[in-house]
Design a protein around this ligand. Structure first.
Ligand code: GLC
Length: 480
């Protein structure tokens, strides 16, 4: 099958969050399936362009029209990709290459990604790569199915489009006149993009794509409710017949306790007791916590954002520290009020709390390895990847049972058996505290069961093989 994957970010070239990780692993997993030909299209951001690790050759150039605008686009092919994925970058100094900033956040983001979506279709047509399936992701490539149906249908008569929602919070809103001024689409497409007189790109994709997926099965169900859908519940309910959930995997090549170059000691499911103890001691030394092998180390690697459940953690943190014997380590950056909170907490409990307000991949790996318990009380979580990283490194998750957390962390029974972690159902600080206490009790009073639980966590298959096959199943359904 010929598959074209399009996204605004993809590790290792450019990444701001989980989407970038998925765009590293999913195309690779699809290309390992016999008979598949996979191309990945990404914007040619300044930092990719300036990175000598990514040599490219120019294969094409053409103009892209957006209303009255006419902009140059170059198609650059990455020369040193090792697996079967053909990686192409869309080059435009005007929209990407000469912008100093981060990936997102410019005032013309809508126009930038409209350009990118259109340029991807132009590039495929000119390459003569007529995919069976286009898989596009989040609002930045949401215009792909709209453009395809409106203006590229004759070039791609047999191409089906799957639109994948990684996070429904960011929908690609634009002013109403964006429709005529930038998109310049035939009037009959106004309805699918219109929401309250404005343009909503994600809505356009939901209505025009052949299939819509999201990154876990529970999140697909949750999206039917206003609480989760950020205004798109009606639109999604209407599209429920073509909406599916596929739970992400993680890159088990990178997240591998036997080879991870960031770890002081390597271990596996048979040697984790000694291995994690050594990693914990090294981690305590690195972050300035006392070397206490039998004090449970509670950890979290996260963006410090409200929807990650920071409000719950702030609400219970002091009670947890007063009532329980434990250490706490937080790694991440984000909203100032949470950065301040954890800095203050570390100052108040210098021997028990460490707050590393930074972004550091190496330290993140050492936290997954050296921690005992991983906290992830997200208010909503389309999939979540770090709970899987934690389990793979033998760190027991305590999570809010929502979205992908609910699908990847089945709860243990009252003896700590059977499941993979501890969960709480309603988004509430006391329920979170109680789940933490149950987990800590198991650690303190039934270390055998706790270790068996760690062993189960480490033995799970979180690889991309299963999800990639599920994508293939849906691709085949779409192609009839
Ligand atoms: C988004 C979601 C996260 C998901 C990731 C990859 O970042 O918030 O839950 O794991 O996308 O799909």
């Amino acid at each position: 099958m010929k598959i074209a994957v399009m996204a605004s970010e993809g590790a290792p070239y450019a990444k701001s969050g989980g989407l970038g990780d998925v765009m590293e692993a999913l195309p690779a997993a699809l290309s390992r399936i016999d008979g598949n030909e996979v191309v990945l299209l990404l914007p040619y951001y300044k930092k990719i362009k300036e990175n000598p690790a990514y040599p490219v050759e120019q294969v094409l150039y053409f103009d892209v029209h957006l209303g009255w605008r006419q902009q140059y686009a170059g198609l650059m092919r990455l020369k040193n990709r090792q697996d079967g994925v053909a990686v192409y970058f869309i080059d435009s100094d005007y929209y990407f290459g000469a912008r100093p900033g981060a990936i997102y956040g410019d005032c013309d983001d809508g126009e930038r990604f409209a350009f990118f979506s259109r340029a991807c279709l132009e590039a495929l047509a000119r390459l003569d790569f007529l995919p069976d399936v286009i898989q596009c992701n989040d609002w930045q490539t949401a215009l792909v199915p709209v453009f395809l149906k409106a203006q590229y249908y004759y070039q791609f008569p047999n191409t089906r489009v799957m639109f994948t929602i990684h996070n429904v919070e960011y929908q690609g809103w634009a002013h109403g006149h964006f429709f005529d001024d930038v998109l310049a689409l035939p009037w009959e497409f106004r309805g699918c993009l219109d929401m309250h007189g404005q343009v909503n790109m994600m809505k356009g994709a939901i209505e025009t794509a052949d299939m819509v997926t999201t990154v876990s099965e529970t999140y697909a169900r949750e999206l039917m409710y206003p609480y989760y859908a950020h205004g798109l519940d009606g639109v999604l309910a209407h599209a429920a017949w073509k909406l599916r959930g596929i739970t992400n995997g993680i890159d088990v090549g990178t997240f591998n306790t036997e080879t991870d170059k960031h770890l002081p000691v390597h271990y596996n499911a048979d040697t984790f007791v000694a291995g994690k103890a050594a990693c914990k001691a090294a981690l305590q030394a690195e972050v300035g916590l006392p070397d206490e092998p039998d004090t449970p180390l509670l950890v979290m690697v996260t963006r410090l954002a409200g929807h990650k459940g920071m409000d719950l953690l702030c609400y219970i943190a002091r009670r947890l520290l007063w009532e329980e014997n434990c250490q706490m380590l937080i790694l991440g950056t984000g909203e100032p009020q949470y950065e301040h909170f954890f800095r203050d907490l570390a100052a108040e409990f210098p021997n028990r709390v460490a707050a590393k307000i930074t972004f550091n991949l190496g330290l993140a790996a050492r936290v997954y390895a050296g921690g005992d318990i991983y906290m992830m009380p997200s208010r909503s979580e389309p999939c979540g990847l770090s709970q899987m990283n934690a389990m793979r490194y033998g760190t027991v998750p305590v999570v809010h049972a929502t979205g992908g957390l609910r699908d990847t962390v089945p709860p243990v029974d009252e003896n700590g058996e059977n499941g993979l972690g501890f969960t709480f159902q309603s988004y509430n600080g006391d329920d979170f505290l109680w789940a933490m206490k149950r987990c800590l009790n198991l650690y303190h009073w039934n270390r055998d069961s706790f270790r068996k639980l760690q062993y189960r966590d480490m033995c799970q298959d979180f690889s991309w093989n299963k999800p990639a096959n599920r994508y293939m199943e849906l691709f085949r359904q779409m192609c009839g």
